[in-house]
Write a protein that binds this ligand. Structure first.
Ligand SMILES: [Zn+2]
Length: 162
């Protein structure tokens, strides 16, 4: 069953799915999860094709327990934080440098180091500041992602290069 749920009226809409029969992993089954785009908000990241491509990589869309996902967005909203879209040149390089990791956290590490590396190649100080803020706001999400991953199998992403 699929439904669309509005998180905030003006910010973004994300798919919500019902999950059943996940009880075989030795932890309580969580009945609701959301696909969380680490690179949010869509409003900003969907405007540029390179940004959209990076945001849409499967390895950067972990499935999170719904309540943890809500807490992440509530706290970011309170602090007026989101992941800023990167400069065009930085984005282009990150898209070439980023590789899927062996698990969710390796993928995040790869993303962070790709952004860091790409930023060192740009002479534009605004782009470098955006890259630093992006790295910071991605790092801030890690505790939520650790907390909210649906079950241990989510740590392992199939090798599909996305
Ligand atoms: Zn989200």
């Amino acid at each position: 069953m699929e439904s669309r749920r509005i998180i905030t009226p003006d910010e973004y809409i994300e798919e919500t799915e019902d999950v059943e029969a996940l009880g075989n992993f030795g932890i309580p089954a969580r009945t609701h999860y959301n696909r969380h785009h680490i690179l949010f908000y869509r409003r900003e990241w969907a405007e540029h094709s390179e940004a959209r491509a990076l945001r849409g990589r499967k390895s950067l869309i972990p499935r999170l327990d719904e309540s943890v996902h809500n807490a992440l967005h509530d706290n970011f909203r309170e602090q007026n934080l989101h992941v800023p879209i990167l400069g065009a040149q930085t984005l282009n390089l990150v898209n070439r440098l980023y590789e899927v990791g062996g698990n969710q956290f390796h993928s995040i590490d790869n993303l962070l180091s790709s952004i860091d590396k790409a930023a060192t190649f740009t002479p534009n100080s605004t782009s470098r500041e955006l890259a630093e803020l992006a790295i910071h706001t991605i790092q801030l999400q890690i505790p939520y992602i650790r907390d909210g991953l649906l079950h241990p199998a989510d740590l392992h992403i199939p090798p599909c290069n996305s």
